[in-house]
Design a protein around this ligand. Structure first.
Ligand code: 5GP
Length: 213
């Protein structure tokens, strides 16, 4: 009897949502319930919020240090968002992917589009709030941003929503549990795409390999 085995390398799952869209809660729930998932901790020049830890939520850098990282080609993508710099460090991604981990990335629209160009088989998901009014309420309830920052984030959100069709999947976050379940379904389906898989027999012989191998 021949026993088959499926193998694959990790995949990138890029998630964008206007800030205040409930994205952090969704990502946290996914990471807590799926040990094959890990999180790409971005670099940023933004000031840490009270609840944030360096190295866990972000790697916080002064602007000159961030610019040095750009010069050293340390990023897969970087962008200026709401007046601060954010970037995906190659060092966050490479080792995890090679070890078969799937990586969740929380990045803005510009960064997502750039990453899709360099890594076309990444999965991109856009999460919409039910309305801009809901978004405004969530930003105000969070209580961590000034009026100016809130207005800037709302303005950006209106622009970002128009880019939603550039993503592989679009979800509207009306109910948190439903959105988390839908994210899990997308991730599960993507894990079984033949293009990501290598099929081996009991002797370790490769019967089918993915185009990226
Ligand atoms: P916040 O300051 O609220 O944590 O994040 C602001 C925005 O920056 C969010 O839209 C978030 O997705 C985006 N962001 C966080 N990390 C990165 C990154 O590494 N690259 C890019 N392009 N955007 C990021």
């Amino acid at each position: 009897m021949i026993e088959f085995e499926l193998r694959r390398t990790g995949m990138l799952i890029v998630v964008s949502a206007p800030s205040g869209g409930g994205k952090s809660t969704i990502l946290r729930a996914l990471l807590e319930s799926d040990e094959s998932l890990s999180y790409s901790v971005s670099a940023t020049t933004r000031t840490p919020r009270e609840c944030e830890d360096n190295g866990k939520d972000y790697h916080f850098f002064a602007e000159h240090a961030f610019k040095s990282l750009i010069d050293e080609d340390a990023f897969y993508e970087y962008a200026e968002v709401h007046g601060n710099w954010y970037g995906t460090l190659k060092s966050e991604i490479d080792a995890k992917l090679a070890s078969g981990q799937d990586i969740l990335l929380d990045i803005d629209v510009q960064g997502s589009l750039r990453l899709k160009e360099t890594m076309p088989d990444c999965v991109s998901i856009f999460i919409l709030p039910p309305s801009i009014a809901t978004l405004e309420k969530r930003l105000r309830d969070r209580g961590s941003d000034s009026e100016e920052v809130i207005q800037r984030r709302l303005g950006n959100a209106r622009g970002e929503v128009r880019m939603a069709d550039r993503y592989d999947y679009i979800l509207i976050n009306r109910d948190l549990d439903d959105t988390i379940a839908n994210m899990r379904n997308i991730i599960t389906a993507q894990r079984f795409r033949s293009s990501r898989l290598m099929l081996k027999d009991a002797f370790g012989r490769v019967l089918v390999s993915s185009p990226s191998d």
